[in-house]
Design a protein around this ligand. Structure first.
Ligand SMILES: Cc1cc2nc3c(=O)[nH]c(=O)nc-3n(C[C@H](O)[C@H](O)[C@H](O)COP(=O)(O)O)c2cc1C
Length: 280
């Protein structure tokens, strides 16, 4: 991977397929060359190809992300996406919510090293060398937990490891631990993608994954009004109900609240009860 690599982070409910379709041009202008989808369940009862995230028609290189704890179900899901033409896949090893991690999914896999290794082994075996990646955190409770996995990760032909440099316990609070991230970069034979609070004007030499800063950046642009209305049209074209569209517009605006102009409009817009009341 080259050093200027910039990947759009999966933000469930935000950087979805409709978002990526609506803002494809802005993503390219901002230097993104890949997007990882918000997580898709890898379970035997779920048909991954029916997931909205994988409806296709996107110009950006797309890597589907999976969440789960069953290596067999993961392998079956990966076979399905390979057949559908996807070349890469990612495993969520970072979701911090207790309801997820207490069931050994997301960051919970860090508490089950042998299961995590089986998932990685299964993922690499189906996707092939350099085509399967993982996205993780520094640990669950302590920022030193990831270090003990480095030797294990180094044994597999992983494409890259994205490290959100917080612990799961931190959720999205407190600061990222760049010092530990740099130590991991030094120790890992697998390319590390840095993640967590990275701004659009970053000067990282390593590949980066950026989520919220890009979402905020859209609201800071002079054409943010037009972008917002374009998002609305895209969502309607994608067959979302008008209530769902309203919810998604409010969600996007919640990332723009700190911007003075949107800060003034937010109290009114958040109270809109119907889509036609929502005008900017
Ligand atoms: C609303 C929201 C949804 C998220 N959904 C996912 C997800 O589906 N998969 C995942 O690996 N990480 C998910 N994350 C974590 C982000 O991908 C990313 O690691 C985190 O936001 C830090 O990066 P950022 O500061 O650039 O946004 C989510 C984060 C937020 C705030």
């Amino acid at each position: 991977m080259n050093n200027s690599r910039q990947i759009l982070a999966p933000l469930r409910g935000v950087t979805t397929r409709s978002f990526r379709l609506a803002f494809a041009q802005q993503l390219t202008e901002a230097g993104f060359d890949e997007a990882v989808t918000p997580f898709i369940p890898a379970s035997s009862s779920y048909d991954v190809l029916r997931d909205r995230e994988l409806e296709g028609g996107e110009s950006i290189f797309l890597t589907p992300q999976f969440i789960g704890k069953d290596p067999y179900a993961l392998k079956e899901s990966l076979k399905r996406i390979l057949d559908a033409g996807y070349k890469t896949a990612d495993l969520n090893v970072g979701c911090p919510y207790p309801v997820v991690r207490n069931k050994c999914r997301g960051a919970g896999l860090l508490a089950n090293p042998s299961l995590l290794e089986s998932m990685i082994e299964g993922g690499c075996s189906i996707m092939g060398e350099g085509c399967f990646s993982i996205k993780t955190r520094l640990g669950i409770n302590s920022p030193d937990e990831l270090f003990k996995f480095i030797d294990v990760f180094n044994r597999y032909p992983l494409r890259f490891i994205t490290v959100h440099s917080r612990t799961a316990k931190q959720m999205y609070e407190g600061s990222c631990d760049i010092e530990r991230l740099n130590e991991i970069i030094k120790l890992s034979k697998i390319p590390i993608v840095a993640n967590g609070d990275i701004q659009m004007t970053h000067s990282f030499k390593t590949p980066v994954m950026i989520g919220r800063a890009f979402v905020r950046h859209l609201g800071e642009r002079n054409d943010a009004n037009i972008l917002l209305m374009h998002y609305k049209e895209t969502l309607l074209k994608e067959r979302f109900s008008s209530n769902a569209v309203l919810g998604k517009l409010k969600e996007l605006l919640s990332y723009w609240r700190h911007i003075p102009r949107w800060n003034r409009l937010w109290p009114v817009l958040k109270l809109s009860r119907a889509l036609d009341e929502f005008t900017v």
